[in-house]
Write a protein that binds this ligand. Structure first.
Ligand code: ATP
Ligand code: MG
Ligand code: FE
Length: 332
C-alpha cells in the first residue's frame, strides 16, 4: 500500500509517504515560535500546525514523487499529545481521506516511536524490550509483535526528557534544552558532582526529584560563588546526564534479566542523546545484548514512524471511521 502519514502531536508538523513498507519521504517542519518562551505553547503550536500542514503534505508527496490519486490510505497521530495540535492533523487527515474516498488510519504516537525501528535495517526480532524515552514519556515496553506491545514499567511523574529540558533551563541553556545539555556534557566530567535520583519499585521511574535536587544544589553553590554555573557548566551537564542514564539503564537491565530478553532497543527523542547511545553500547557488550538505536532523524517526532505503524495497521485491516477524534491521553 501507498500511505500518506501525518504527525502533529506536539511542535513538529510532519508528513511522510510510505510504499510497501519503504519510506519515500519524511518532511518535518519544526516550530521555532516556542524558542522565545522556553517551552511549547499549546495554542501557538496549533496555529503553526495549521499554517504548516498543507505545505508539508505537498512537499512530502512531491519528494516521494507520488500523486494523491495513488494513495491507498491516510494516517494520522491520534494521541498522545496536545489536543489542539492533534486536532489539526486529525481534521486534515479526515478531510483528505474523505475527499479521496480512501481509508483512514489512526496511529498511537508512542507505539510509532517504537516502530521507527522497522524503517531501516537492522530490525529487532520479537520479542524485544524497548526503552521509550521522550519529552512526555518514559516507558519500558515488551514488544511481542508490530502491534502487540505491553508497557511493563514507566515514570510515575516527570518524563526523562522533561528532566533534561528543565535542568537545561535552570542552567540557562536555550530551548530545547535536551540536545544542548547533551552537547555541553560531552566536554565535562560526569563524576564531578553527585545527584540523587528516586528509586521506584519494579521497572518504574521517578524523575521529578532530580530537578529539585539540581535546583537546591545550584542555589547553594551560587550563594558561595555567583559564577559557579558558568565555571562548571560542562561538569554539571555531564553529571546530571550520567545520573539520568544510569537510572534509565538500571531498570532496563533488571527487565532484561527478569524476562530473559536480550533484544534491546531505545526510542523517542531522548534516544538521540549521545551519552545514552554510548552507554547502551557498553551495556550491550557487558550483558550480551543485541541493541537497536534509531537513526537520529527517527528519534524525535517525525511522520515516517507514523507511516511505518500505518503500514502494519493497513495490512491488518485496522482502519478508523470519520467519527474518530484525537485522544490526548491515548494508551495502548
Ligand atoms: P512524546 O513522544 O512523549 O509525546 P515529544 O513528542 O515531545 O513527547 P520527542 O519529540 O519524542 O518528544 O522528544 C523530544 C524530547 O527529546 C525533548 O525533551 C528533548 O529535549 C529530548 N531530546 C532530544 N534530543 C536529545 C538529546 N540529544 N539529549 C537529551 N534529550 C534530547
Ligand atoms: Mg518536538
Ligand atoms: Fe514523540
Amino acid at each position: 500500500p501507498t500511505i500518506l502519514a501525518i504527525e502533529s502531536s506536539c511542535d513538529e508538523t510532519s508528513a511522510a509517504v510510505i510504499r510497501g513498507g519503504r519510506v519515500l519521504s519524511n518532511i518535518i517542519a519544526t516550530q521555532a515560535v516556542h524558542e522565545q518562551y522556553g517551552g511549547v505553547v499549546p495554542e501557538l503550536a496549533s496555529r503553526a500546525h495549521q499554517q504548516n500542514i498543507i505545505p508539508v503534505v505537498t512537499q512530502a508527496l512531491l519528494t516521494a514523487n507520488v500523486d494523491k490519486s495513488e494513495l491507498n490510505a491516510v494516517a494520522f497521530t491520534r494521541g498522545p499529545g496536545l489536543l489542539g495540535a492533534l486536532l489539526v492533523g486529525c481534521s486534515f487527515a479526515k478531510s483528505f481521506a474523505l475527499g479521496l474516498g480512501i481509508p483512514l488510519i489512526e496511529v498511537n504516537h508512542m507505539q510509532a516511536h517504537i516502530l521507527a525501528h522497522f524503517i531501516d535495517d537492522p530490525k529487532p526480532s520479537f520479542p524485544f524490550l524497548c526503552l521509550t524515552v521522550s519529552g512526555g514519556h518514559t516507558q519500558i515496553v515488551r514488544v511481542n509483535n508490530y502491534l502487540d506491545m505491553q508497557i511493563i514499567g514507566q515514570t510515575t511523574d516527570d518524563a526523562v526528557g522533561e528532566a533534561f529540558d528543565k535542568t537545561a533551563k535552570m542552567l540557562g541553556l536555550p530551548y530545547p534544552g535536551g540536545p544542548m545539555l547533551d552537547k555541553t556534557a560531552a566536554k565535562g566530567n560526569p563524576d564531578a558532582f553527585e545527584f540523587p535520583v528516586g528509586n521506584m519499585p519494579e521497572y518504574n521511574y521517578s524523575f521529578s526529584g532530580i530537578k529539585t535536587s539540581v535546583l537546591y544544589f545550584l542555589r547553594d553553590k551560587v550563594k558561595e560563588n555567583p559564577d559557579f554555573v558558568q565555571e562548571n557548566l560542562a561538569d554539571i551537564c555531564a553529571s546530571v546526564q550520567k545520573t539520568l542514564i544510569k537510572t534509565l539503564l538500571k531498570k532496563l537491565v533488571k527487565a532484561s534479566k527478569d524476562l530473559g530478553i536480550k533484544e534491546v532497543a531505545i526510542a523517542g527523542g531522548v534516544s538521540a542523546n549521545s551519552g545514552l547511545r554510548q552507554a547502551l553500547q557498553d551495556y550491550a557488550k557487558k550483558h550480551n545484548w543485541n541493541v537497536y538505536i534509531p537513526a537520529f532523524q527517527y528519534c524525535t517526532d517525525n511522520a515516517a514512524m507514523i507511516a511505518m505503524s500505518a503500514h502494519f495497521q493497513y495490512l491488518k485491516g485496522d482502519f478508523a471511521t470519520q467519527y474518530i477524534s484525537p485522544e490526548p491521553r491515548l494508551k495502548f
